[in-house]
Design a protein around this ligand. Structure first.
Ligand SMILES: O=C(O)CCC(=O)C(=O)O
Length: 347
């Protein structure tokens, strides 16, 4: 939510600020460590699952979910041209004059996760700011979807977002079926546990940063919903935390990154972990990503699958009303996984 009007990062970058303004300077322990990245890249790389390989895909998804909580999918059935169209629509928006973009600014009075063009995610005024601007779209259920609230000055933008939303819904649902089966649950289990899907699509734009080693494009967090599908351009900057090491997620132009989110960790009793991730920035090239969040409704009660609870695997998390979880996320801030940890049941 835009608590007080944060400056658009793009306006600061375009003005050529020579130093990072104080509000964007991360504490030393949270900064990206450029010297650590090449070694991490060699240490491990994020799994790539070919969804057309029917014999092996389910097993590959199971391993990727258990070991990483994040993985690329290829041959996923979404036309690569649609991924390019969506990235192109986002880029055209962010390259448009500021006055046009501001016509679609977030309405702060509407609270957290208001739709539109914004820069400040958290409610809390004294948090360090991300070096990022974004456009958030409410896309599902269809009753929330109002293309009139999306940019009108980029030809085809609204139609692209609608087609992209529908495709991402289909892919998220087939992934949830594969995920359920991998845990020996009925195929529809995860979808039913999540209930009517609420989908938001957020385009993030990370302008070149004058002091990238002091800033983050997006601070470390796990997503709060069920599953996130992310595409990025060819710049790179997304990192996933694995075994306490930040691993870069290389851009894969036709691939889609699947990120498990906190409600999936709760439903699966921690068998599958949500992935902690962040975006780092660079001094030279702007970067764009598009994240599609598949989440429960605010009133949905999220419970651990009883089939995954046993003497050896006692229930890890308390049941939670999803809307309460989201409110706490926005108030406390994402920082790592402290929101889901607050639900841990003492064993
Ligand atoms: O820009 C990225 O790669 C990450 C975006 C992201 O994590 C988010 O929108 O929650």
């Amino acid at each position: 939510m835009e608590a007080t009007a944060a400056p658009r990062v793009q306006a600061l970058a375009d003005a050529g600020v020579p130093h990072l303004p104080a509000q964007y300077i991360q504490p030393p322990d949270l900064r990206a460590d450029p010297s650590g990245r090449p070694a991490a890249a060699v240490a491990a790389s994020i799994p790539v699952v070919d969804l057309s390989a029917t014999a092996s895909a389910a097993d590959a998804v199971r391993r990727a979910c258990a070991d990483w909580g994040a993985f690329h999918v290829v041959n996923h059935g979404v036309p690569p041209a649609l991924l390019d169209e969506m990235r192109g629509a986002g880029l055209a928006f962010f390259r448009a004059p500021m006055a046009e973009k501001l016509r679609f600014g977030c309405d702060r009075a509407k609270g957290a996760a208001a739709e539109g063009y914004g820069s400040r995610m958290l409610a809390n005024d004294d948090s360090v700011l991300d070096w990022r601007d974004y456009f958030d779209h409410h896309t599902l259920p269809e009753s929330r979807r109002d293309p009139a609230r999306w940019p009108d000055f980029v030809p085809g933008y609204r139609d692209t977002v609608v087609r992209y939303s529908n495709s991402m819904k289909g892919l998220a649902q087939s992934l949830l079926r594969i995920i359920s089966e991998g845990l020996n649950l009925p195929p529809s289990y995860m979808e039913e546990a999540v209930g009517e899907p609420y989908q938001n699509i957020t385009i993030s734009y990370y302008s070149p940063c004058p002091q990238p080693d002091l800033a983050l494009g997006l601070q470390s967090h796990s997503d709060f919903g069920a599953i996130t599908l992310l595409i990025q351009d060819d710049v790179g900057g997304l990192e996933v935390l694995k075994d306490r090491t930040w691993i870069p997620v290389p851009p894969l132009s036709d691939g889609i990154l699947v990120i498990l989110s906190d409600q999936t960790e709760i439903i699966t009793n921690g068998r599958y972990k949500s992935a902690v991730h962040r975006a780092v920035v660079n001094a030279n090239r702007a970067r764009l990503s598009v994240a599609t969040f598949y989440d429960p409704s605010k009133s949905r009660k999220i419970c651990t699958a009883p089939q995954l609870v046993s003497k050896e695997h006692p229930q890890k998390y308390q049941d939670v009303i999803y809307g309460d979880y989201v409110s706490s996320w926005y108030i406390k801030g994402p920082e790592g996984k402290r929101n889901i940890d607050a639900l841990l049941i003492k064993q």
